[in-house]
Design a binder for this molecule. Sequence first.
Ligand code: 9Z3
Length: 313
Amino acid sequence: MTLLDNGTSEIINPDTYFQTHTPSRTLIEDEIRVKEFVNKHHEAGRKIVLVTSGGTTVPLENNTVRFIDNFSAGTRGATSAEYPFIISVVWICGYIWGGINKSEGGINSSPYDPYLLLVNSKYASKMKFVLEKYQEFKKNETLLLLNFVTVTDYLFLLRSVTNIMSVLKENAMYYLAAAVSDFFIPAQKMSQHKIQSDGGLTLTMDQVPKFLKPMVTNWVPGGFIVSFKLETDPALLVDKSRLALMRYGHQIVIANLLTTRKREVVLITQDSEFQIKLTEDEIAEDKEIESKIIPELVKRHYEWIRNASHTGL
Ligand code: 9Z3
């Protein structure tokens, strides 16, 4: 199989993308659940964090037998949702191998019941914190879990959820850890039936529209948006992250490398760079880097709200 490299793909604008693609059948139902959740917590004066995690898939056939997947074990989003120092969480996750907490102790037994956990006794003490967290979520009804599979499901869901959450204005954080496909085959160009294996396969893929632009400018203009940048080449990481920040104009890009993502990230803002790193001792104690990332973001979110109120935002 040959994948044509960059340069030949068309760039579709986000509006055309939404007009020419179909959302998942559960979108309307999901929107109702999100509205209820957001209204309830908004009325109670709470802040809400949207956490996205997991990888999106790109089908190769309309009657899908094959698809291309984006790497993500879903750990970042799952682990981050355990440290919601800010109260309520809407968590959109892709299908993830192994479940809600990827530190091997917990396996989520149902994608629709985030509170149902099976715990390996070997990891019982480690899982205590997670279980308490989820019991708290359950008691206070502060977690809403939504699922996606394809990049199209994800983009429709993201647009809907952010639109609904826009009533929260600056009291919402958008924490975009999902690994979103960069390339896809538009529905109208996709083979209807299973591609026959009569020889090799050459694929031409279009570029997925850059959804961060409309998200920042139209969907949630008043929100605090944190995106992740994933690279494998250390020489590109910071420059590419900065470019994303300049291009989309949001608040923070968290830069991470595939190989070191669990122990080292860099928080990049318009005028600063801040490294968050686990020490050797913390790694030995199985400390999770999200336990440092989330409090730092919460702190920055509060500062941003304070400054935004000064500038009349
Ligand atoms: C990330 O960079 C996440 O931190 C990881 C987490 C996917 C690496 P795991 O789920 O891994 O814990 O195994 N997410 C963002 C990846 C992404 O697609 N970013 C886009 C880009 O790099 C911008 S939205 O261009």
